[in-house]
Design a protein around this ligand. Structure first.
Ligand code: PMP
Length: 456
């Protein structure tokens, strides 16, 4: 049988995948290390397992012990998963701004979740920091892995991820591109690789607003990378160069990676991808081999990065152009074959107008000046005619000028459909659409409704 003893043995040995589509036409070869294929879905499975093993070795974690983890993301998932197999209790402390999905995910893996209020001072006893600290102190045998200061975090990548990449590239890697959160990934992999070949270039991919590469530290939306302080797990001296990436570019790049390479990617994958392609475009050596670390997958971001509404709300996607009254008119023409402008003159008889309405299947007509076919002088419609004819059948032989009503209100063909909807919500039967200073057609309520059903 070919089988693992537990799911923990399935951590690591992630594939290196050539990005031949997204990097087509570039001089170097570009490869992705796809860490989403770890069983917990991210590179943090490796770190979680190794931090637990180190704590066991150091006597900080004993059988039946408790892991108190004050983060909600990928590290929490890795810890919860490993704790199931190893028999530890996990208490995840997270601020109440975290999504229900993240809470549910940790509970699904058997973690206890303590939710703390976001709107309190960090010094408050109810804060996220205070609660995790107190739980770690009060619970006998509790251990807080603290991935921002735990040397086992970068060491995981020195011992494990770095050697994998060296082997998978046959020692030909020339450029490593990775995001920097705790810095464990980039520090560990770079230390190993630079020990093999000191010429390897290490590129840090960093969100705009992160302390590592930005002058102004400010909030951003990309999760898992960048910081507002310098953690001790990060050795900045391993980084040869940073590429700073906006949220928008990162998210669009993650979507592109998913669509073009079929690799459903998290936001920080987008950050790393933008940096990798920036560097790859500058490389002139055809023997160069660029490896980009893709830390997690896209499933956790379906309601954000992969949701068009969310992306538009944040200005990361253009809004679709608003439909205009002119669009409605064009749809109507295509669908019904109605010639754009059918009109009658004041000197025509009512009878003739009725015949024209019948012929074209319309319920109202504009009346145009006998001297200028573009001048709207009035309107007639079934409703008004019926009312008059019921009282006096002779009206059928009257001149239109005797019975016509006011011209239809005019709307510009460039105007939004919204405006037309507004004007037609009262008694008004139709609107005259003006394009280039001339009336080009009528729109009615049913035209507007139909245009909503028939896509442009
Ligand atoms: N991307 C994601 C999604 C992450 O969760 C993390 C871990 N914080 C990183 C990137 C960065 O990894 P590291 O902490 O090793 O720098």
């Amino acid at each position: 049988m070919v089988a693992h003893d537990s799911i923990l043995d399935a951590i690591g040995a992630t594939p290196l995948v050539r990005l031949s589509r997204i990097a087509a036409g570039l001089t170097p070869q570009v490869f992705a290390k796809v860490e989403a294929l770890n069983p917990g879905g991210s590179i943090k499975d490796r770190v979680a397992l190794r931090m637990i093993e180190a704590a066991e070795r150091d006597g900080l974690l004993r059988p039946g012990g408790t892991i108190v983890e004050p983060t909600s993301g990928n590290t929490g998932t890795g810890l919860a998963m490993a704790a199931r197999i190893k028999g530890y209790r996990v208490i995840a402390v997270m601020p109440d701004k975290m999504s229900q999905e993240k809470i549910d995910l940790l509970r699904a893996l058997g973690a206890e979740v303590v939710v703390t209020p976001t709107d309190v001072d960090p010094d408050s006893p109810r804060s996220y920091y205070s609660v995790s600290k107190r739980l770690t102190e009060e619970i006998p045998g509790a251990f807080n892995p603290n991935q921002y200061a735990n040397p086992a975090n970068p060491q995981t990548h020195v011992d494990w991820t770095g050697p994998e990449i060296w082997r998978q590239t046959g020692g030909r890697i020339t450029h490593l591109v990775a995001g920097v959160g705790t810095g464990g990934t980039i520090t560990g992999i770079a230390r190993y690789l630079k020990a093999q070949n000191p010429d390897i270039q290490v590129i840090g991919a960093d969100p705009e607003g992160s302390i590592y590469s930005s002058d102004e530290v400010r909030p951003y939306l990309t999760e898992g990378v960048g910081e507002d302080f310098w953690p001790t797990t990060f050795d900045p001296s391993v980084v040869d160069r940073y590429v700073t990436v906006s949220d928008k570019d990162a998210f669009l790049s993650a979507r592109q990676l998913s669509l073009v390479e079929g690799i459903l990617s998290g936001g920080s994958c987008g950050t790393a991808m933008v940096a990798a392609l920036t560097v790859a475009r500058e490389i002139t050596d055809p023997d160069a081999v660029v490896v980009v670390i893709l830390p997690d997958g896209g499933r956790s971001y379906l309601s954000k990065i992969y949701n068009d509404t969310w992306m538009r709300e944040h200005g990361f996607l253009e809004r679709p152009p608003e439909r205009t009254v002119g669009d409605v008119l064009r749809t109507k023409e295509q669908e019904g074959g109605v010639p754009q402008m059918v009109a009658v003159r004041p000197t025509h008889k009512v009878r003739q107008a009725i015949a024209v309405m019948h012929e074209h299947g319309v319920s109202q007509l504009p009346v145009v000046s006998p001297h200028d076919a573009d001048a709207l002088v009035g309107s007639i419609g079934e409703r008004g005619l019926l009312r008059r004819a019921a009282k006096d059948p002779a009206v059928l032989d009257a001149d239109i000028s005797d019975v016509m009503e006011l011209p239809f209100p005019a709307v510009s063909a460039d105007g939004p459909v919204r405006e037309a909807v507004e004007l037609l919500s009262g008694d008004q039967q139709a609107l005259a659409v003006i394009e280039g200073g001339r009336p080009v057609g009528l729109v009615t309520r049913s035209d507007l409704l139909e245009s909503l059903v028939v896509p442009a």
